[in-house]
Design a binder for this molecule. Structure first.
Ligand SMILES: Cc1cc2nc3c(=O)[nH]c(=O)nc-3n(C[C@H](O)[C@H](O)[C@H](O)COP(=O)(O)OP(=O)(O)OC[C@H]3O[C@@H](n4cnc5c(N)ncnc54)[C@H](O)[C@@H]3O)c2cc1C
Length: 457
């Protein structure tokens, strides 16, 4: 049995920086990875998809050359070069994480599948490791629901799609949420026919209806077909492709395509971790239950990142690391409940979101002010020829503090941080009204927009 001060399972977004914190404090730490270093974000999530988004954006702008005053002839996409660019970006980051960990004094890197033996021992390969503090950062994978026909047809997930270097003729994307929409626009811009099949009554159902509707309009304007209310999705083999049965309230009962991507949510990597041997509790979907400081029900064991079900983003996983590390090493009292919801949908134009939706504000019953402003009125947007979307925000009528915002439009993923940081400062929105912003930017419009706040209907 090998003894360490700490064991970390998984090299996602929380594990490696936590290993560095332990090692830097002179503690011995073992970090275990069963697959590629860097986990989902680096290998099959943010980095490769945003690299593809960049390629797709370049293709899109090139195909609009005439509007900007240039011509490039036929814009043709070489998928093997697109893939090579993506692979290089992922490999660079994965290698960076691996080299960082392997070069760390006091840190032992082990490759293999980790399984708990007890509440303070973990087996990996033929070894048993022991530590009084164990951190689980095992992330998740694409959920594959037991839908009719799922075992009869080939399908892609966010992982297997990373290996393709060809253009699907007609790509059917099952799932109209964040992952599905990004792939839909990417492949449409590369030249595929694309149909999104969504079971709910609208895309990105957790957003406000006006956001869902505007996103749908943006995607449909590019020729993406959207089929909603597909209550009973089933898959069937067809000559040269796949039929997806819909039982939709609108349109024919099935759509036939060449390839199918399943983008219907995530499932945590917790079923093969031996959690029962350590007595670690999960919810009915397998997410590890944690308290506000990321501790599981077993003293000395923490769960960070997607596997705890308290966030599903790179930044929430990294924030989990910061909370745990500051509490352990700086005697701080950081908590998950201190963080403000924030994320982006990286279609073009992107959606930046923070805090409450309008629906949540309405449900809270508080008195609020609100404003919504079209991107077409923002100078920077029309200079760039990218005027889709809007900026909207809600403010508490008593404290003047910002409750939430959505920026769907050019730069929305960046500009949202202006509002987010004011929310963290717990300052009134009026500080933004007095700030001098840089011209011409999207952010410079925030004071103008906030001056139009009116009672929230
Ligand atoms: C297509 C897609 C696009 C995304 N885009 C974004 C984005 O733009 N922005 C954003 O913030 N988030 C995005 N996300 C989400 C983001 O990738 C994840 O939230 C983030 O990677 C969280 O990672 P994690 O730290 O929980 O663990 P992960 O990154 O999932 O890493 C877990 C690691 O643990 C390893 N592991 C699992 N079980 C074991 C075991 N038993 N033994 C040893 N090792 C094990 C795995 O191999 C893996 O390397 C995206 C996700 C997807 C799928």
């Amino acid at each position: 049995m090998k003894e360490f001060d700490a064991i970390i399972i998984g090299t996602g977004q929380a594990g490696p920086p936590l290993a560095a914190r332990f090692a830097g404090a002179g503690k011995t730490v073992a970090i275990i990875e069963r697959h590629k270093f860097g986990g989902t974000c680096v290998n099959t999530g943010c980095i490769p998809t945003k690299t593809l988004v960049a390629s797709a954006y370049a293709v899109h702008v090139a195909s609009r050359g005439a509007e900007y005053g240039f011509s490039v002839g036929d814009v043709r996409v070489d998928m093997s070069r697109v893939k090579a660019r993506k692979d290089a970006a992922s490999a660079r980051s994965s290698k960076g994480v691996e080299e960082w960990l392997r070069g760390m004094i006091n840190c032992t890197v082990i490759q293999g599948q980790a399984r708990f033996q007890s509440s303070n021992t973990v087996a990996v390969n033929d070894e048993v490791l022991q530590a009084d503090q164990i951190f689980i950062n095992v992330g998740g994978r694409a959920r594959v629901p037991e839908m009719p026909g799922i075992h009869d047809v080939p399908y892609l997930t966010n992982s297997s799609i990373m290996d393709i270097d060809f253009l699907p003729g007609h790509f059917i994307i099952v799932g109209g949420s964040y992952v599905g929409l990004e792939f839909a626009q990417i492949y449409r811009r590369f030249g595929s026919e694309v149909t999104i099949v969504e079971m709910g009554p609208r895309l990105i159902g957790r957003e406000d209806e006006d956001v869902s509707d505007a996103v749908r309009e943006i995607l449909e304007a590019e020729g993406i077909r959207v089929r909603l209310n597909a209550e009973c999705v089933r898959l069937e083999k067809r000559d040269g492709g796949v039929a997806v049965g819909l039982t939709c309230k609108e349109g024919p009962p099935e759509v036939v395509g060449t390839h199918v991507l399943l983008a219907v949510g995530r499932t945590p990597n917790t079923s093969d971790l031996g959690l029962d041997r350590a007595g670690i509790a999960t919810d009915h979907r397998g997410y590890i239950l944690v308290d506000d400081q990321l501790q599981t029900n077993v003293p000395g064991i923490w769960a960070l990142g997607d596997c705890n079900g308290r966030g599903a983003f790179t930044h929430t996983s990294y924030n989990d690391y910061e909370i745990v590390a500051d509490n352990l090493f700086n005697a701080d009292h950081r908590r998950i409940s201190d963080r403000i919801q924030a994320y982006a949908l990286f279609i073009d134009p992107p959606l930046g979101r923070c805090g409450m939706t309008d629906a949540e504000v309405r449900k809270s019953g508080r008195r609020a002010l609100a404003v919504k402003y079209p991107m077409s009125e923002v100078t920077r947007a029309y200079e760039k020829g990218e005027t889709d979307g809007f900026i909207k925000t809600c403010v508490d009528a008593e404290t003047n503090q910002i409750l939430g915002a959505a920026i769907l439009g050019v730069g929305g993923d960046e500009v949202i941080h202006v509002l987010l940081d004011v929310m963290y400062a717990r300052a009134p929105y009026t500080v933004i009204e007095r700030a001098m912003h840089i011209h011409p930017t999207v952010a410079e419009y925030l004071p103008t927009i906030l001056a139009k706040l009116a009672p929230f209907a």
